[in-house]
Ligand binder design. Structure first.
Ligand code: TRP
Length: 455
């Protein structure tokens, strides 16, 4: 087989790939979503299921995605078609890539709206309006923001434009350097907030909430598993497309472990920083999507240098969201460049506009459409537009994508091909193969069935 080359270029080196993949993984999922869904689903057991899913499903699927991407060297749609035909299988496998493209753009449509909230919080914090604020004051400032569709649309628009700019230039340009120092800085600021939380007197209560197991429902297990995919950017081709720009020499195992570790550390620290503030101020752990915006400003309003720290913190959250957002549409953009011959700029703008429109549905979900909810039998009850999109993408489409990736990499690909591409120690290969062949498929199917109460 002659060596395939990606027409979109290659990462400059191994570190850049790890940074880009970490940039994709670490985002709103860690800082905004993880705390609020852990809060809504009772804490302890939910967190435990999430951690088990990261270890047994997330890491092996990440390795599989990178491996498939690096072997196929194209957008996930074409990569799957090429690899399937190489293995003598139907090119219907391209459908996996298509599902990823749809999932990615649906996720970005609401992701951008939430990133918009974080942007507006840079300025709110900077104005000093949180200084000395009470929990009630902070909550009502949040309500003011989300009840105003025009403001939300403005921020959503700005964030989409930022995303388009980077994707148009190719994910490498500019991004590499930005990620190198922004990610560590975000981590440092999270530690500062954690330090504040330790002074609230409710730190141990926060830890207890996050780490003491209790009851859990089938639905909560599905949400925990879905989140393992979401937070590691798996199941829709984002990591696959990043893998397609990866040089042959990089260790896929090491890179995957590092990304999963960094991602999990950020989520857990965010959780440990937020829950003590929740309990110290008599807030509800299940406060929903507004949780971080109702808690962290209290910390910034009461700590020394809180304005500066708060501004930097929300700015870094925006950056974290930005480096994640670009990976959500990179598969679609790469496909359009490959198959339609469109320029990157044109493809990005086109997809950006469609995504922006769909995002309006999520903007309205927090105000004028807040009561417009619906139910799908067995799946969910009373969800509005935003909740529906989030549920369908994170809890259904991503695990389904992961399931098929596992089946392809574990069952259909020749062992010789996967051994060669993973290029790792024989024992690691054996463990990986066992996990993708049996554990992932069985786990995803059981969790699906349990969530709809069939078992
Ligand atoms: N992982 C990112 C986060 O936690 C979001 C994200 C980026 C994503 N790319 C993805 C989620 C691909 C699912 C699939 O914020």
């Amino acid at each position: 087989m002659s060596e395939r080359q990606s027409i979109h270029g290659q990462w400059s080196n191994r570190l850049v790939f790890i940074l880009a993949a970490t940039g994709s993984a670490v985002g709103l999922g860690n800082i905004w979503k993880f705390p609020y869904i852990a809060g809504e689903n009772g804490g302890g057991t939910f967190v435990l299921v999430y951690l088990v899913c990261i270890a047994l499903i997330g890491i092996p699927i990440m390795m599989a995605e990178i491996m498939l991407g690096r072997r196929g060297k194209q957008s996930p749609i074409n990569t799957m078609a090429t690899l399937a035909s190489e293995e003598g299988k139907s090119n219907g496998w391209a459908a996996l890539g298509w599902m990823g493209v749809v999932a990615g753009f649906l996720i970005l449509s609401y992701y951008s709206v939430i990133a918009g909230w974080a942007m507006s919080y840079v300025f709110r914090t900077g104005s000093g309006m949180f200084t000395g604020a009470t929990a009630d004051g902070v909550s009502s400032i949040f309500s003011d923001l989300v009840s105003d569709p025009e403001k939300l649309i403005a921020w959503h628009t700005i964030f989409m434009v930022l995303t388009m700019v980077v994707v148009s230039r190719g994910v490498k340009a500019g991004l590499e350097k930005a990620v190198t120092f922004l990610m560590p800085l975000l981590f440092a600021l999270l530690l500062l907030v954690l330090g504040y939380s330790m002074t609230t007197g409710y730190f141990s209560q926060g830890l207890e909430f996050l780490f003491t197991p209790g009851e859990i429902t089938g639905k909560a297990i599905l949400i925990a598993m879905g989140h393992a995919f979401f937070t590691l950017s798996l199941g829709m081709g984002a990591i696959m497309v990043y893998g397609s720009y990866l040089p042959k020499t990089t260790s896929i195992t090491q890179a995957s472990l590092w990304v999963a570790f960094a991602d999990t550390a950020v989520a857990l620290i965010a959780g440990m920083a937020i829950f003590p503030i929740v309990f110290a101020n008599g807030l509800e752990p299940g406060a929903g999507p507004g949780l971080i915006f109702k808690t962290l400003p209290i910390a910034f309003g009461h700590m020394e240098g809180g304005i500066l720290i708060g501004v930097m913190f929300f700015l870094l959250v925006v950056f974290a969201a930005w480096t994640s957002a670009i990976s959500l549409i990179e598969p679609a953009v790469a496909y359009m460049v490959e198959n339609k011959g469109y320029k990157r700029v044109y493809s990005s703008v086109l997809i950006g506009i469609v995504t922006w429109f769909v995002g309006l549905g999520s903007v309205f979900s927090f105000n004028i459409w807040a009561d417009k909810t619906w139910s799908i039998p067995f799946l969910f009850e009373d969800k509005n537009f935003f909740d529906t999109l989030d549920y369908l993408t994170a809890n259904i489409m991503l695990p389904l994508g992961g399931l098929f990736i596992a089946i392809f990499a574990g069952w259909l690909m020749r062992k010789q091909a996967s051994t060669e591409e993973l290029n790792t120690l024989p024992v690691i290969y054996k463990v990986w193969l066992f996990l993708v062949k049996f554990v992932t498929p069985v786990a995803v199917i059981i969790v699906f069935l349990k969530a709809v109460s069939v078992i």
